[in-house]
Design a protein around this ligand. Structure first.
Ligand SMILES: *Cc1c(COP(=O)(O)O)cnc(C)c1O
Length: 388
């Protein structure tokens, strides 16, 4: 990685671009390509070693994005995929072999579990789900055939923080690869590779894009594990178009200012929610009373805008009155854009090793870049409609 000793904001500003190679242009342009021509037979015959040889294998634009992801995650290598699910399934597949065993945190993103249950299981790969709070207790679940430990911290539904270094330390002793879904932090507030994790995956769709108009996945890793990941990646034909890579680079340049704003506004809204009589509990690891707060402080430099809360049991009609009247909060999948979102959620359906039974309706909220005073006002009116 270039600029290794610079601060994160500086690295993210200066990585993945080379104006001197592009007529002085600040941003690496969109190179659309399938065919890439070679000037003579000797060059064609030497293409195995060429960085640019065919569109599926990358363009200057996608390579620039990979360099910028390395700078963001503090990684030696990166790969980009057409969605977060494509990135995570590439990583899972890279460690699949007959009879293999995977350990996956019980708060993992739903489609991660589905890939294990529907795809990997068909090929004889067994997955054990573990309590996200397991820490060094993971050791008791490791078998001779365990190939991968998958983490997600905090989980994007229930927001438990994992003791990442404790798990990676055990994994290393047993020669087991570790991977983490790092989407929540955007790679900005948490650098898993510095804590011993082998592979950090993100839905670049969320904070890297930041504008709710792009599907993207990122895989950041050490040089040691890169070849293995790239082998699977190439065999499946995973690649990203240069227009999308360009959009991702454009979003990434402002990740620092956006994340700091999400952090401050998210906490303001979370603190307001804490005081509402309808709210039983707020799941936000940056709150001192959150059970994950000590681990949060150990690993994270800030919080994103995504968190949850539990409302006292509520009639469905009342919930609809509250939600249907929102105009600033949108209802829809995903998060990480500049705008706020709210959805009711039911995390219990994605669990098997632990129970999620918080005693009321779980809600997930993404606090965007609006003024938090307006968001709080809208939530206040929403609770008024709920009571009406
Ligand atoms: C959205 C999401 C993904 C999947 O990303 P897509 O780009 O939608 O495929 C993976 N992990 C987490 C935690 C997510 O929120």
């Amino acid at each position: 990685m270039k600029n290794k000793n610079l601060c994160l904001d500086t690295r993210v500003t200066h990585s993945g671009r080379a104006p001197e190679q592009h007529f002085g242009m600040v941003n690496t342009p969109v190179y659309r390509a399938s065919t890439i021509l070679f000037p003579n037979l000797a060059a064609l015959e030497a293409k195995e070693g060429a960085k640019l040889r065919y569109g599926r294998r990358g363009t200057p634009t996608t390579h620039a994005l990979e360099d910028a992801i390395c700078a963001l995650e503090g990684a030696e290598r990166a790969l980009v995929a057409p969605s977060g699910v494509s990135a995570l399934s590439t990583v899972l597949m890279s460690h699949a072999e007959p009879g293999a065993h995977f350990l996956v945190t019980d708060n993992a993103y739903g489609p991660t579990r589905k890939f294990c249950e529907f795809t990997l299981r068909k090929f004889g790969i067994e997955t054990t789900y573990y309590d996200p709070a397991i820490g060094t207790g993971i050791e008791a679940l490791i078998r001779p055939e365990t190939r991968l430990i998958w983490m997600e911290s905090p989980g994007s539904q229930t927001f438990e923080v994992q003791d990442v270094a404790a798990i990676t330390e055990v994994a290393r002793r047993h020669g087991v690869t570790t991977a983490i879904d790092n989407t929540w932090s955007g790679g900005y507030f948490f650098q898993p590779i510095a804590h011993g994790v082998d592979i950090s995956v993100q839905a670049g769709t969320k904070y890297i894009s930041g504008h709710s108009d792009l599907m993207l996945g990122t895989i950041a890793c050490s040089a040691a594990i890169y070849d293995r990941l790239r082998e699977t990646y190439l065999r499946f034909g995973v690649c990203v178009g240069s227009d999308d890579a360009y959009l991702a680079l454009r979003g990434l340049r402002t990740i620092g200012v956006r994340m700091r704003h999400h952090h401050a506004s998210g906490l303001q809204v979370a603190n307001w929610l804490l005081e509402q009589p309808e709210v039983l509990r707020v799941m936000h690891p940056a709150l001192p009373q959150d059970p994950g707060h000590a681990l949060f402080r150990k690993y994270f430099t800030g919080a994103s805008g995504l968190f949850g809360f539990v409302m006292k049991s509520v009639e469905h009609d009342a919930l609809a009155r509250m939600f249907d009247g929102f105009s600033l909060f949108g209802m829809g999948s995903s998060w990480g854009g500049y705008e706020s979102l709210i959805v009711p959620s039911n995390p219990s359906v994605y669990r098997s090793a632990t129970e999620w039974n918080p005693g009321g309706q779980t809600v997930r909220i993404h606090v965007g870049l609006e003024d938090p005073a307006d968001l709080i006002d809208e939530l206040r009116k929403g609770l008024d409609r709920l009571r009406a």
